[in-house]
Design a protein around this ligand. Structure first.
Ligand SMILES: Nc1ncnc2c1ncn2[C@@H]1O[C@H](COP(=O)(O)OP(=O)(O)OP(=O)(O)O)[C@@H](O)[C@H]1O
Ligand SMILES: [Mg+2]
Length: 562
């Protein structure tokens, strides 16, 4: 067995910065002092920015699972220097690491349309990591990881905002990341969560028990920092920033910088499947194909577990094909194909529209790659073909996913369509419904646990029973497996526990009062989402959304995710 990393000093010896070798720093960074105010960054892939520490950091939690995976000993948490590092205080970092903390610029496309308006200069040069600062990169247990502090203070991309994250949103992201990983879905991971009572920031929010869709008041919230970790934080939007500059010949090195970033992305995220000896055009085409494969699987998986990324812009879409930015997210409770937890997100980022949103992001991704292969008509055609294949590939993954949720080998459109309509008509809890179905019930009474309303209507009852009969006949015809085995298999596809918003609200409200027990409890429960767990846990968390929370602002929908 490999030895754990026991001390902060030892941890620092693992620092290995690939981006420094392969990418460019903003040439104007040095003459801009500490780079902590909004400005235009015209070139370079990153800006060195020193994070702004939160005062008197209070440890809330860390991911035990992820510590183990990284080979981090829990003794690290007792070291002041380790705590300092992950609460944004770089004063105790060795010189070599200290001056390397960095933020990156990126562009924004919303549902495939390029935007510049969100940049204070209307040029796109002032948009990017406004509050996320990477602090460390290392190869640990043969895998390269980047450590990023979210809420670590202002950067050139802060657009006049405070550079902070609040406790509420940090608790949500901290728990959701590890939950997503445990659901078996690629994602950025959570390392640590710290807060401070010494700094508060203002955020738009709602009055108590309000039904308002729009924020009504400004509230003061304690700041917090989550450290998230991923193989890289390169976003589709980041490729777009350099793609747009190259397309418009904005400066003499624009095309070169795009190429550097794309090659860097391949090394960071696709090195196992894209041979370094291939020429650029071949690499670009393979990259498009493989990103498409990951992105379509990702979105199919999100729908499988009831996850909605309410703001699936290109800047929230990781080029490595994993889940990123757990801000405006939600896990669906009462099934509604148009479910959208974030009031700013609109229908295009709603639950069942995520495949279309992903397609738009993929289009933006391909546009960013085009300047690199523009001189070769064949390659351009090939890329366009890949782009055009998106919907067919996406559809086939979605169908496979639905078949697997139903324990079937093949997707059956009629059966599926009938089910979806019944689920809408009956108002079912998405998670509980599929989990109960995994028991292969003898009739609809065994599904009632997942219904939000009592069904008196005999017609609906008989519709359910006839659907169940048809489904079970398909199950038997479809598979040689015994029903018991099929049921087991379905329970590995249909989670029992998902992170419901009212449970998260409870956790962050307690945390705001200094009680972190629920965060730790949820961490345990939500990192075992497919297992049965105890009767006590089942009673509390395998539970439909209580009626008093329907329509309530801050629980049923949110306006501010930061
Ligand atoms: N309080 C803040 N201070 C500075 N910049 C911010 C703040 N909140 C959000 N931003 C920036 O605004 C942009 C859009 O915000 P969005 O909510 O998508 O991202 P986020 O939740 O901060 O970050 P990420 O995508 O890194 O998880 C991001 O580029 C983000 O860095
Ligand atoms: Mg974001």
């Amino acid at each position: 067995m490999k030895k754990n990393i026991e001390t902060f000093e030892e941890l620092c010896t693992f620092a290995d910065y690939s981006f420094v070798k392969e990418l460019n720093c903003d040439p104007e960074a040095k003459q801009n002092g500490n780079n902590k105010s909004s400005r235009e960054v015209y070139s370079g892939h990153y800006v060195n920015v020193e994070p702004t520490p939160i005062k008197e950091p209070i440890y809330i939690s860390h991911s035990k699972n992820f510590f183990k995976e990284l080979g981090f000993s829990e003794t690290l948490l007792k070291e002041d220097n380790f705590i300092k590092m992950f609460s944004a205080d770089t004063s105790k970092l060795p010189e070599t690491i200290k001056n390397k903390t960095w933020a990156t610029g990126y562009a924004l496309s919303i549902y495939g349309t390029e935007y510049y308006a969100q940049c204070p200069f209307q040029t796109g040069n002032g948009y990017g990591d406004g509050r996320a600062i990477s602090i460390f990169e290392a190869v640990l247990n043969n895998k390269r990881w980047e450590f990023q502090l979210k809420g670590a203070g202002k950067t050139p991309y802060c657009r006049g905002a405070d550079g902070r994250a609040v406790l509420r949103s940090s608790v949500r992201e901290f728990l959701a990341q590890e939950h997503m990983h445990s659901l078996g879905i690629p994602t950025s991971r959570s390392l640590t969560l710290f807060t401070s009572k010494k700094e508060q920031v203002l955020r738009p929010w709602f009055r108590k028990e309000s039904y308002s869709r729009d924020p009504e008041v400004m509230i003061e919230e304690d700041v917090a920092i989550t450290t998230r970790v991923a193989s890289s934080f390169i976003r589709v939007g980041q490729l777009e920033l350099f793609g747009r500059r190259a397309r418009k010949h904005e400066h003499k090195d624009a095309l070169k910088e795009l190429e550097q970033l794309v090659l860097h992305l391949i090394k960071r995220e696709y090195s196992e499947t894209i041979d370094d000896n291939l020429n650029l055009e071949k690499k670009v085409l393979l990259l498009a194909k493989q990103f498409q494969d990951r992105l379509t699987s990702l979105v199919a998986n999100w729908i499988r577990v009831g996850y909605c990324q309410g703001n699936f812009n290109s800047d929230n879409c990781a080029a490595g094909g994993f889940t990123l930015d757990f801000g405006p997210f939600g896990f669906i409770e009462m099934f509604d194909p148009n479910y959208q937890p974030w009031t700013g997100g609109g229908m295009h980022f709603s639950f069942f529209n995520q495949p279309q949103a992903a397609q738009k992001n993929f289009k933006s991704f391909c546009s960013a790659l085009k300047p690199l292969i523009i001189s070769n008509l064949e390659s351009i055609k090939e890329l366009e073909k890949i782009e055009n294949d998106f919907s067919v590939i996406m559809q086939s993954k979605i169908e496979k996913m639905w078949a697997s949720k139903l324990g079937l080998i093949e997707f059956d459109f009629e059966l599926f369509n009938e089910l979806i309509n019944l689920m809408i008509e009956t108002k079912v809890d998405y998670t509980i419904f599929f989990r109960e179905l995994s028991n292969i019930p003898k009739d609809m009474t065994e599904l009632e646990n997942s219904f939000y309303t009592n069904i008196e209507n005999e017609i609906i009852k008989s519709k359910w029973n006839s659907w169940l009969e048809k489904w079970k006949a398909k199950l038997k015809a479809n598979s040689q497996k015994k029903l018991e085995e099929l049921s087991k298999q379905m329970k590995l596809i249909n989670p029992k526990y998902t992170l419901r918003e009212w449970i998260l609200v409870d956790a962050y409200k307690k945390a705001q009062k200094g009680d972190y027990t629920l965060i730790n409890e949820l961490q345990e429960i939500m990192t075992n989402p497919y297992s049965k767990q105890t009767k006590e846990i089942e009673k509390r968390y395998y539970s439909k959304k209580p009626s008093e929370f329907f329509g309530i602002a801050g629980v049923s929908h949110v306006s501010c995710s930061s």
